[in-house]
Design a protein around this ligand. Structure first.
Ligand SMILES: Nc1ncnc2c1ncn2[C@@H]1O[C@H](COP(=O)(O)OP(=O)(O)O)[C@@H](O)[C@H]1O
Ligand SMILES: [Mg+2]
Length: 488
């Protein structure tokens, strides 16, 4: 892809001759004769490099330089100046101009100077991307969770990241971590040093989204005063993340399919194809299959996208991750609010685990953030949870007050056995969750389950059994065999 240059000079002859020289070098060149026009052009479609005359008729050149850097610090600026103005040129260098070209311009060396400046800016950009990556580490180890469901998702995503897969589809309810996963896939792939561009397909009208994605040529429509590169061009070599892809209009779906199939597209109003190498990650919280059946999503695009599909499970289907995530967000906000890290009270944790989290991890994060603001005694209590969660406490309390010691007495061990049995039943045999319901560690629960002959088969064991011949069905370990003792 050729670099874009903007030449700013009030002398027509200089603009013309510089443009001629550089266009021959394969650059895309545009020109401006005033400071205002230059800033408008930079705002509209940022070039890679600006050749800036310091003496302009309207705004002072240094002022223009300062504003260009404010608009987009990545733009490289070379200032042009007559010998008499060297002092100003030095001033310009202090304002992070890359270099200055004395006038009259040495056309023989112009192309080399431009190339060096562009290389320097690309290098700077790469270093910056790397340090951003360091600052915001979107890696798989930032995805918290030990549940089998999330670990399977991460395992698949790792493979996808390292593969050549050109398209990936991430499905999952809102707040399950689709954004986070898409970024981890990008930053752990060979594309990590190239851009990650993100756009929500719902947020804007079709025509605007189209020009955002594919760019437009100058004059393509009334407002298109200059040519503009779209996200597919900007993301060259990297990844483009199309959020809510299920909301894309039919016309754009067709255009997207063409890019995915041919790796080429046309800017709006353009006549020639632009080639791209971009990985497309689509995300949706809708059932795309249903959208296909309902006629709102193209079947061919769906098949193209779903080659690699990753489905993020809702949080209520991986409750064992809740205490971990809560702890992770507690740490996060204690750092952010510069507050001592509070303990999570057992009661609060239990309610968090039992709640159904319609907003998934995002909702949990918000609940912990709110609680961290309210909390002030080193412990996160029920009182710090929002009403929709805390109100469940009455249910729990009622159940608790239901424990009455009968006047005839009980055998404590039998009560214990019954409670362990109920906990395993309630959680479908999930030992970690059952343990939490009883305020035990997983090992303590396993010990009791074994002691009482309540051994619940794990999912692996169950799956293993399905593929091997049944063994009589009389195992004393199966829950069906456990006698119900109505002790409480
Ligand atoms: N497994 C996870 N570990 C840590 N943070 C997570 C996890 N899943 C989601 N989050 C966080 O929850 C919030 C919502 O996640 P996001 O990726 O935006 O969800 P989605 O795009 O599916 O709506 C973000 O702040 C994200 O960092
Ligand atoms: Mg999202």
């Amino acid at each position: 892809m050729s670099s874009k240059l903007l030449i700013v000079d009030d002398e027509r002859l200089i603009r013309w001759s510089v443009e001629q020289t550089l266009a021959k070098g394969g650059y895309e060149v545009s020109t401006a004769s005033t400071g205002e026009a230059a800033l408008a052009a930079v705002r509209e479609d940022p070039p890679d490099l600006v050749l800036l005359d310091l003496r302009l008729p309207d705004i002072d050149g240094l002022q223009v330089l300062r504003q260009i850097k404010e608009l987009s610090p990545h733009i490289q600026v070379l200032v042009m100046t007559a010998y008499a103005d060297v002092g100003t040129a030095v001033e310009a260098m202090k304002l992070t101009a890359y270099d200055y070209l004395p006038k009259p311009i040495d056309f023989e060396n112009l192309a080399v100077t431009i190339r060096n400046a562009l290389e320097a800016s690309q290098l700077k950009r790469k270093v910056q991307l790397l340090s951003e990556k360091h600052l915001y580490p979107y890696h798989f180890d930032r995805i918290v969770g030990t549940s089998r469901a999330i670990q399977e998702v991460i395992a698949v995503a790792r493979k996808v990241a390292q593969s050549e897969a050109a398209t990936v589809l991430i499905q999952g309810e809102s707040g399950t971590g689709k954004d986070l996963l898409a970024k981890a896939i990008h930053y752990e792939s060979a594309r990590a040093e190239e851009p990650f561009m993100e756009i929500a397909c719902t947020a804007m009208p079709e025509t605007l989204l189209e020009s955002e994605l594919f760019g437009h040529e100058r004059g393509a429509f009334t407002d298109a005063k200059t040519q503009k590169r779209g996200l597919f061009e900007v993301a060259q070599g990297g990844t483009i993340f199309l959020d809510e892809i299920g909301d894309m209009s039919g016309g754009l779906q067709a255009k997207l399919l063409r890019v995915l199939e041919e790796r080429r597209f046309r800017r709006v109003g353009g006549t020639k194809d632009v080639s791209v190498d971009v990985r497309v990650i689509g995300a949706t919280n809708r059932d795309l299959r249903q959208a296909v059946d309902g006629g709102t999503f193209r079947k061919d695009l769906y098949y193209r996208l779903q080659v690699v599909t990753i489905t993020l499970p809702p949080l209520r289907d991986r409750r064992e991750d809740i205490p971990l995530l809560a702890g992770y967000f507690l740490e996060h906000f204690s750092r952010e609010f510069k507050k001592r890290l509070p303990r999570l009270s057992l009661e609060a944790e239990r309610l968090l685990v039992q709640y159904d989290w319609p907003g998934n991890v995002r909702e949990l994060r918000n609940v912990i953030e709110r609680a961290m603001i309210l909390e002030d005694a080193g412990e996160l209590l029920l009182a710090h949870l929002p009403p929709e969660i805390a109100s469940r406490v009455s249910v729990v309390a009622q159940e608790k007050s239901g424990f009455h010691l009968p006047s005839t007495g009980v055998v404590l061990e039998e009560v214990e056995r019954e409670l362990v049995r109920q906990a395993l039943e309630l959680t479908g045999g999930n030992q970690s969750r059952a343990a939490r319901l009883l305020g035990l560690t997983r090992d303590e629960l396993r010990y009791r389950a074994r002691k009482f002959g309540l051994w619940h088969r794990t999912e692996e064991e169950r799956q293993g059994e399905e593929s091997s011949p049944p063994h009589g069905g009389n195992s004393p370990d199966t829950p069906a065999e456990i006698q119900r003792n109505a002790v409480v």
